[in-house]
Design a binder for this molecule. Structure first.
Ligand code: HDL
Ligand code: ZN
Length: 435
């Protein structure tokens, strides 16, 4: 066995191991170049409806920052529609002026832009965007993706592929060239949350489904999922659920009952048949402020008992679960102690902030040891991988170092190899093995 570590050596060894370990990022909104990019660049063709977002103006107009700038320049001063009619460059200039120049960029989303630019070696100490914009214009998407993945030490990017999004579905139907750097996930929110609308769309696509969830509809809806799992070569299925989601559903709520029938008789049987995990991201109340568009969603506390009821009822299915409310994190970690088919993952969205990542990761190590997935990036802009993983790696390393020191203080002989083995589980193995 290699030399046991002294407690004073642990911090540095953990930090090095976490930095060195390539990450498999299990949930992002990133896309391979096959989906086109609307971001102008010196080399590639611009595709205005392209889905691969990257570069300075996309970074600065991330919907987190749009929400924050409307706190500083309220809609009564700058109406939402006026803002959204501005070009990306004008929107970025507006956000940069108000959140970076006239006030210090110390929110996590602002800091993220600074970390990203800094890791790319770009200097914005003149508090102007011109030189950074120029640099991005010289990057080519294909090479740039490899550059960002290498710099962020991300070995695989998992996409989110919402089949009910017309733009995205059209692209799949036209044919998407597989890209080994990117894995697809079949995202199906409307199937469970708005079955009547989903059924109407599926019927127009040639599936013999009707609003009534009966025999043929169930068979045809299963066929729909199989077809898209195959078309996308999806590695898991996913959806997000509002805080109000309950399992079992309230018998008086017809829409919720339809959703439950789809979950029990369509989604989970197909997942089990294909050996695919099902990811539930619970707690987002969509469009609390619709005028803010992507930035308008709100958090709500969800019901962990619904998760345990589902995991108990479907022991043959595997569930990735993350919850949006800080208040749900402890019970969710305890739920994972009860069900081995439940894999807790990530510090999602409104809990993806240093103070909460540290709190949640500490609690998860204390309750779950090495058997959870500490983080995903949720990146929407390619370059965000640079900050999302930089920030989280440091926080995860800090928590692990403390927990390893506790073990060593209790007499455990710990080696560098032990730490590297565990870190590989946290950043890659637990996800890949659970798939
Ligand atoms: O539903 C989701 O996957 C969420 O991550 C939303 O996309 C959200 O808008 C987001 O990007 N959070 O980071
Ligand atoms: Zn997401």
């Amino acid at each position: 066995m290699s030399q046991p570590l002294h407690r004073d050596q642990i911090e540095a060894v953990v930090s090095a191991a976490v930095q060195k370990q390539p990450v498999v990022d299990m949930h992002t909104h990133l896309y391979s170049p096959a989906f086109g990019t609307p971001v102008p660049n010196a080399a590639g063709p611009v595709d205005p409806t392209g889905l691969l977002l990257w570069g300075l103006d996309e970074l600065v107009t991330y919907h987190y920052l749009i929400a924050e700038v409307f706190r500083v320049v309220p809609a009564t001063v700058l109406p939402y529609d006026t803002f959204f009619k501005m070009s990306k460059v004008e929107q970025a200039d507006h956000i940069w002026k108000h959140l970076f120049v006239e006030r210090s960029p110390i929110s996590e989303a602002c800091r993220g832009v600074l970390t990203t630019l800094h890791k790319l070696g770009l200097d914005v100490s003149d508090r102007k965007l011109d030189s950074a914009r120029k640099w991005f214009k010289e990057q080519k998407p294909g090479d740039y993706i490899d550059k960002v993945m290498e710099l962020a030490n991300v070995e695989s990017i998992t996409m989110t592929n919402p089949v009910f999004d017309d733009g995205e579905r059209e692209r799949w139907l036209r044919g998407i060239k597989p890209d080994p750097r990117f894995q697809a996930v079949l995202r199906i929110d409307p199937l469970l949350l708005d079955w009547p609308a989903a059924a109407k769309k599926m019927a127009s696509w040639g599936y013999g489904v009707s609003e009534e969830v009966g025999g043929r509809t169930i068979e045809e809806a299963r066929r729909f999922l199989r077809d898209w799992i195959d078309k996308q070569n999806a590695i898991y299925l996913a959806l997000s659920l509002p805080p109000s989601w309950r399992y079992p559903a309230d018998p008086a709520d017809a829409a919720a009952r339809a959703g439950q029938a789809i979950l029990e008789q369509v989604i989970l049987p197909v997942c089990a048949e294909r050996g695919l995990a099902f990811a539930m991201m619970i707690g987002s109340r969509r469009a609390a402020n619709p005028a803010l568009r992507d930035a308008g969603d709100m958090v709500g506390t969800s019901d962990v008992d619904s998760v345990t009821a589902l995991a108990a009822r479907f022991p043959g299915n595997r569930f990735f679960v993350t919850m949006l409310a800080r208040e749900n994190q402890h019970a969710l970690a305890v739920a994972a102690r009860k069900f081995g088919n439940l894999m807790v993952f990530g510090c999602w969205w409104f809990v993806n902030n240093p103070s909460l990542i540290t709190e949640i990761t500490k609690m998860r190590v204390e309750l779950l040891g090495t058997s959870f997935i500490p983080q995903h990036s949720d990146a929407r802009v390619l370059d965000q991988l640079l900050y999302k993983w930089d920030h989280s790696r440091k926080l995860i390393a800090g928590v692990l170092a403390e927990k390893y020191r506790d073990a060593v203080d209790a007499g455990w002989k710990l080696t560098t190899a032990d730490i590297e083995r565990d870190v590989a589980l946290y950043l890659k193995g637990n996800f890949r093995n659970f798939l």
